[in-house]
Design a protein. Sequence first.
Length: 404
Amino acid sequence: MAAERSLAILQRSLGDPAVSYALWPPMTSGCPRTSTDDISYPVEVDYAYDRADPAVFASPGAAARGNGLDRWAPLLPPLAAPGLGEGGTPLIEIETGVFIKDESRNPTWSHKDRMNRCTVSAAAAIGAPGVIVASSGNHGASAAASAARAGLRCVVIAGPEPPPAVDAFLNAYGAVVLPVPWEARWPLMRQIVDRTGLHPVSNLTTTHTGHAFGPEGYKTIAYEIHQDIGVPAAVFVPTAYGELIFGIWKGFTELRRLGLTERLPRMYACQPAAAAPLAKAMRQGAPAAHVTVEPTEAYSIVSPVSGYRGVVAVQDSGGRVLELSEAQLEAAHKSLARNGLWTELSSAASLAGLRTIEDPGGPVVCISTSSGFKNRGVGSRTTETITPEWDEVRRRLHAAGIRS
């Protein structure tokens, strides 16, 4: 079994790497010894790297590629819950040296499936009756699917108006959906956790820490990129709390630790200017920061608070945080569509970020996190019906630049 192959040995504080804890139970409220009332420091999973066999990174056959995260089991927390074939997403070159890692090819059409394979496995391993998540988008849909696959209940605390596609996702998987005002989500989740014993797979703390096992699933993105093109010069990542960018960065550092590369990429966190707490934290030299969120359609990467993981990834890699306007996000979104990639607007933040860098070197990878089906406007019709008369058809064709 995949769980038995894991080399995970303990949980280590990011606030002070000298502070460590047993592997079980999974820590869902950060490091109690280094955190304060104002700043919460996450913990990460550590492994017996000296026992890791580099052969796990050998080019897989077709069968291995279909095994989801199980092929990476030695360098993941114990995978006690069955998977859905997550991972193994394509790397698509849209122009010379610019690659899109298309995470919409995961089972619920987003990168979150990699995270939830690990967090729901933690819930299954400790015998929790189910999981709970505060999310109005990809995380909630993914957690609901993973929980359903594992035979666990799932409660999703959503914002007041979840996008129609996401709401349909959640209900299809049998999740209990609780739409509430934004500011009520985390306090309500803490209350439900305390009263029901459901396992939290999203954040419980003042600044973001999230689940200790979650970002481990994101490491596999780095493993796959390395197998396809080696180590890129830079990786551009749509960023809210910083779990994704940290996980990818950790994956590359592990490849170097295991002697499979000497290089590391620069990590660029791409945030909407309307909600860029990581950018504020970096400017202030702080481990995390709070901001007031302005209106933006990039709802999946909106957060009023950041976490220390993002600081670690950007700072240690020599990267930057890039703040993007709505116009820049829309332009990148259209550019991806012209290349045959219909993404969620938030996913386009990575390409939008790349477009702001004068000379990033090459090759570079932009992480596209989820499908266009997750956009808020999906579900409303936009195409006008016409009569099948040539004059009407010609008018529509001419408007599109197609001449008869």
